[in-house]
Design a protein around this ligand. Sequence first.
Ligand SMILES: [Cu+2]
Length: 162
Amino acid sequence: MKRWIGGLMIGILAWGIAACGGPAGPAAPGPSGEIQITMSEYKFQPSAIQVKAGQEVRLVLVNAGKKTHELLIGRGVKTEEGKPAGYQENLFASIQVQVSGENFEYEEDEHAVVVEPGGKATIVFTVPEGWSGELVWEMGCFEDNGVHYEEGMKGQLTIIKR
Ligand SMILES: [Cu+2]
């Protein structure tokens, strides 16, 4: 009985790994440059992405959750009254972006793409080919006075230089 359970456990584990495609690395855009990130309570899926300098990226945000979510890409979390409230440095402060979609808002001063439940926003940007800035950035949502961020709604964007 014990051995049977052991065998079953290994079977389930193997199935689980196969179903997830093995230990996944950061998601990268396909040839079209498109990559979709699903937002929900309280996560980005996938939570790690990588983009190539010089390649046009179409980052499609889909809010599949019940709450409003946002995407900021930056470094160094700043706080307001002790709560996480955005980044000190934002990637989109130094890269031109175009944002379009439905039920979304681009808050240019905060470099935040805010998406309502059921909404969708497409961010088009290209990291310049000769990029000499930082390569590792954090993605975060700071809605509800930073509660989303504290609940783990964060991820990583890595820039690959070619
Ligand atoms: Cu959120």
